[in-house]
Structure formats: C-alpha cells, structure tokens
Design a protein around this ligand. Structure first.
Ligand code: GTP
Length: 427
C-alpha cells in the first residue's frame, strides 16, 4: 500500500492534545490568605476573570485540544458552578479531578494517568495554575514536536537577584536542551528560570512511575523510626511518601542532561501569583493583554454619561458606577459592585457586592466581597506588591466608616473600622 506524504502530514496535524492545570488545594497557597478563606485561590479574579480562566483560554487556542483537566485537592463543589458555565462557553470539555490528598505536582498528574490518556493524546500540556503569562502554547507545541524530546519547559531570563525564588536552570544555547535544573538553589546557578508551563509526551508517566517505584523501595528500606515520625513536619511527611512526586525536584532535576527535556524561552510577561499583592500586578498585565486580544472587555468613558476611565479598566456588566467617578489605571470591578459619585479608584480589585460611597478613594488595594467604604473614606497601600503590607486588603464584609483612612493594612473579614489605621493586621 502506498503512503503519501500528504497522508502522513494529515496524521501529524491531527495529533490530539490534552491540557492539565495543576490547582493545588486549601493547604497550598497559604500566602494568599485572607482572600483564600472565601474562595479557592484558582477562582480569584484577575482582570475580572478567575485566575484559572486565563490559562484555560490559552489552551483553547491549541488545535485538536481534546480535554482540559483541572487537578487539585479542593472539594469538588468549589468548582462545580464555574465548570458548568465554562463548559457551555468554551465548547471544549473541562473536568475537575479531585485528589484525596496532595500527591505533588507530578504525583497528581500520575494519579489520573488513565483518564488523561483516554483520548490517546500525543502531547500533554501541564500548567501551574498560579502563573500569569501570555502562555505561548502554540509556538511551544511546535518547538516541542520539532525537537522530539519527552518534554519542553517554558523558561525566562530574570534578574540575578530574584532567580533563587524559582527553579533555576542551564540549557544548551544551541539546542535548548535542559542540562541542569535546581529548584530554589541556595547558591546561584543561572538567571534562567522555570515558568511552570510544560508540554510532555506520554513518556512522562513512565518517568513518574520509575520515580515512585524507587521512592517506594527507599521507604521500605528506611522505615521511619517512631521518633522520626513524630518530629518531622507534615509537609516533609508528604515528601517522604512514595506517591508524592514533584515535577521540579523529582522529575526535572534527574532528567536534565539526558536529551529528554528542552527549553522554550519567552520574552513576554511572566509572574507568579503567590501573594494578594501580586494579583493586583497580574490584573494589570492581563488587562494590558486584553487591549490586544479582547479589547471589548475594557471599559471606556469620558465622565459624561459613563465614568472617566484612565488606562485599562474592567467593569462587570452588573456593576453600577456613577458617571462622576474616576477609574484607572488598572482597576477591576466585579459583579454587583456600586461605585458612588466622585469616587476615585486606582490599581485595585473590587470584589462582588462591594459598595463605595461618595468621594471615597481606593488605591493599591483589594476590597473584599460585600465590604463597604463610607463617604470620603480612603483605603490605600504603598504599592510594593511583594511586601506583606505593601497593599491594603479588606476581607469579606468589612465596613470602613465615613472619613476613615486605612493604609497598608490587612483587615480580616467582618470588621468595622471607625478610626484610621496604618501598617496593621486587624484580626
Ligand atoms: P512554592 O509555593 O514556593 O513551593 O511554589 P511552586 O510554584 O514551586 O509550587 P509547587 O511546585 O508546589 O506547585 C506548582 C503548581 O502545582 C501550583 O499550581 C500548585 O498549586 C500545584 N500543586 C502543588 N502540589 C500539588 C498537588 O499535590 N496536587 C495538585 N493537583 N497540584 C499541586
């Protein structure tokens, strides 16, 4: 039988892809408190859309995408409403798969191997939920198929000072092969870092299986003494378990330099969303991306019939903003919020059902669900998004009374503030 090149090309272009987004669970993302008390971190809105929605939209652009799996150890009910609306909107099946306990980033993937392989994908996109970037998945997939290795990692050059907060790596400058990988090393290795965006062939499952088996053998030999079992922390208990496998330390480090893994460099924006402050920064980045990808999501207004808008601003269609209010740059207003006359909002995230009364000011802050700001109240932060008190965060249902000033504070849910506060955490 004759096989033409055309026939081969068709087979290649119809290779299926499956996407997996690693969501973690309630015991991860602790730096995101108090906002994660109310809502699973992957659902926190950035530029008006849940954090996880941005990578999902990027996956949707992949031709022949068969499924999107969200894997985590949150309760299923936390995602059910989001997933049911999403599946209708996207026309790509999206499913949440729940782990009974943390298995680590590679262990979570491995646990659902059979489901992930049901569509017989040639490639599996794996994304950390808490990264904000342009997700150049189509170009990455092309590079991945060209080099033919087991995996491709998105990498970025960052300043030497911050590199040690991430996985540092060395790649062959000509071939892009990953030669060396060290997760958060104590001594400087390289200013190229792992962005938490991967594409693997199904061979990844064999590698995870081998790591699991060798961990299992070691744990049998080692057998924890009862003293050791009492003294180790709960997180180290997980890392000792054979079915707890991390993509970075357990898979990338030992697979480097074996012609299995390759890098794909991005020069576009990339950030990790570990703290509430970073969600204000990442909202800014996604709003700027809307200018190019979805300008219809950005508000416009000149203060006549609608509020004055400066720079990139998102206003949910159910929110009511007085035409004399002034918004922007970098403001995201969620559902049913009410913004009164003369209010001024800059670099902030206003969550559902918030009320902001006349002439109140919000700057470098996150205003939690159902909170209210009185007339001439001022809620602001210094704008250092990595510092613990670099922004102000109001938890759910906080009332800031008229003329009260709150600067660089974290206010836990359901507090009423009638005196001004600065640099405090109010429990
Ligand atoms: P640190 O919080 O500083 O350790 O950052 P990191 O980005 O290196 O975190 P880690 O490698 O723990 O997580 C990478 C991604 O995998 C994140 O999106 C986590 O939410 C997710 N993740 C981590 N552990 C698990 C797990 O056990 N199961 C699942 N499903 N996801 C996980």
């Amino acid at each position: 039988m004759e096989t033409t090149n055309d026939a081969l090309d068709t087979t290649v272009s119809h290779k299926k892809t499956v996407a997996v987004i690693l969501m973690g669970g309630p015991t991860k993302g602790t730096r995101f408190r108090p906002l994660s008390f109310n809502l699973a971190k992957p659902l926190f809105p950035l530029a008006g859309q849940p954090m996880v929605h941005h990578p999902i939209l990027a996956c949707k652009k992949i031709p022949d995408l068969a499924q999107v799996y969200l894997i985590g150890f949150y309760e299923e009910r936390e995602f059910s409403l989001y997933i049911s609306t999403l599946s209708n909107e996207l026309k790509v099946p999206v499913r949440y798969l729940r782990e009974d306990k943390p298995h680590g980033s590679a262990g979570g993937l491995y646990k659902f191997q059979d489901l992930i392989m049901e569509d017989d994908p040639a490639d599996i996109i794996v994304l950390n939920c808490d990264v904000c970037c342009s997700f150049p998945l189509t170009d990455m997939l092309e590079a991945h198929r060209n080099h033919g290795g087991m995996g491709t990692l998105l990498v970025k050059k960052v300043s030497k000072e911050v590199a040690s907060e991430f996985g540092e790596l060395v790649a062959d400058p000509k071939t892009g092969e990953l030669l060396h990988y060290a997760e958060k090393p104590e001594t400087f290795v390289s200013d190229f870092i792992n962005c938490g965006v991967y594409i693997f062939t199904p061979e990844i499952f064999r590698v995870i299986k081998d790591v699991t088996s060798s961990k299992h053998e070691r744990s049998v030999v080692r057998r924890l003494s009862s003293f050791e079992a009492l003294t180790i922390s709960s997180s180290s208990k997980y890392t000792l378990q054979a079915d707890f496998v991390r993509l970075d330390q357990d898979i990338l480090t030992p697979s480097a330099g074996k012609k299995k893994l390759y890098t794909f460099e991005t020069n576009e924006f990339w950030e990790q969303i570990k703290t509430p402050g970073m969600s204000i920064r990442c909202s800014l980045l996604y709003l700027a991306q809307y200018r190019v990808t979805m300008p219809e999501l950005l508000a416009t207004g000149d203060g006549k019939k609608s509020p004055t808008v400066i720079g990139d601003v998102f206003i949910h269609r159910s929110a009511k903003v007085h035409p004399t209010a002034k918004l922007g740059p970098n403001v995201s207003i969620s559902a049913n919020a009410r913004i009164g006359p003369g209010a001024r909002l800059i670099h902030c995230i206003i969550l559902d059902d918030v009320e902001i009364k006349e002439n109140a000011v919000v700057m470098h802050s996150i205003v939690g669900w159902k909170s209210s700001l009185g007339r001439w109240a001022r809620v602001q932060g210094g704008g250092d998004y990595n510092a613990k008190l670099g922004i102000t965060i109001l938890g759910e249902g906080v009332d800031v009374e008229d003329e009260t000033v709150v600067v660089n504070c974290i206010i836990l849910p359901h507090k009423t503030l009638n005196i001004s506060v600065q640099d405090e955490i109010i429990l």
